[in-house]
Design a protein around this ligand. Structure first.
Ligand code: SF4
Length: 179
């Protein structure tokens, strides 16, 4: 079950993951569901080894959106991204993924290789969502199609943040077709 491409319409904001630069943040959409991560043997074993519960986590990010319930910690996206939008969240804060819904990260996770994951409970986190250059490299390499990159989802991000400018959106809309 890949990421729901319509997640900003079908789901709600359930969290706000801040960047500790004090400016940037990404939303978390949910409620989440049971998907690829809950069916993957390596992921299940890793949760068991840590004594953590495998619970629905939702989608991190809006323009660069990664469904953590579909993420199996493959890491292809982390290696593919030319501008290091992603980090392994556990390499910075080694806590259960559910605690990342409302928190702040500094983006200091260092290892950007696939093998840099702490273990298979780790998730790829779009901590530098704002740096995305829309190359789509991460989308095509993800084995579970957990990623949706869509620049036009900025509207949903701005609506959720209360910064969406209705007037500006109207004035920049294309003119009606002239006959
Ligand atoms: S679309 Fe390109 S720049 Fe944006 S997160 Fe994916 S790999 Fe990185």
């Amino acid at each position: 079950m890949p990421i729901d491409p319509e997640f900003p319409k079908n789901q709600k904001v359930i969290g706000k993951h801040q960047h500790s630069d004090g400016q940037n943040f990404h939303f978390v959409w949910g409620p989440g569901r049971t998907a690829e991560a809950a069916e993957n043997e390596e992921v299940k074993k890793a949760y068991e080894a840590r004594g953590e519960q495998l619970v629905p986590l939702g989608v991190h990010g809006t323009m660069v959106a990664l469904d953590w319930d579909s993420c199996i910690a493959d890491g292809a996206c982390i290696e593919a991204c030319p501008v290091q939008v992603y980090q392994w969240y556990r390499t910075e804060q080694d806590v259960p993924a559910i605690e990342m819904q409302n928190t702040a990260s500094a983006g200091t996770g260092e290892d950007h290789s696939r093998e840099g994951r702490k273990d298979y409970t780790d998730k790829s986190d779009p901590i530098r969502e704002n740096d995305c250059i829309w190359c789509m490299a991460c989308v095509s390499v993800c084995p579970t199609q957990a990623i949706k990159v869509d620049q036009s989802n900025l509207e949903y991000h701005e609506r959720a943040s209360g910064t969406f400018n209705e007037e500006l959106a109207k004035s920049s809309a294309p003119p009606p077709h002239a006959h």
